[in-house]
Design a protein around this ligand. Sequence first.
Ligand code: ADP
Length: 163
Amino acid sequence: MPKKPVRAIFPGSFDPITNGHLDVIHRAMKLFNEVIIAVGKSPIKNQLFTPEERVAMIAEIIADMPGVAVESFDGLTVEYAARKKADVILRGLRSLTDVHYEFQLAMTNRAVAGIETVFVMTSEQYGFTSSTLIREIASLGGDLSNLIPNSVNERLQKRVKRK
Ligand code: ADP
């Protein structure tokens, strides 16, 4: 049977995007025809970059990745997914701690909108990487070169210096 083209949306805060997120995106590129990285505009705690800045950083990184796009969105993820005619929601898993929260979210999204969530497990080396920790380490002057793309690291260093 021919495979049906699948469009996935990958919603998140991405403040900023990390190598862990990118690992999930690279894996998803093998599974789906299209992956749309969807940067949530809803205010998050300790926001470092505006949604527009996050989208711009991601756009630079994915420029040579076929089938991958980025945009920001407002409001409910399931409503955004319906507007985009997405087949699935993509989410990344790092550990069992993630499973607890993600399970609840996926069940709710399926109950309210009938949309499936597909989970992709990250490489072990990024199992402890989170945007929150990246922001904290950056503010304390730590070396993040193994955990985030260079272009993100440069902007992050400038931003924490300015703060
Ligand atoms: P949210 O605020 O919605 O959790 P994030 O930007 O923190 O947004 O994460 C978006 C998605 O990426 C989530 O599914 C999260 O579990 C996943 N994710 C975050 N960091 C990693 C990582 N290091 N490896 C794999 N997945 C990750």
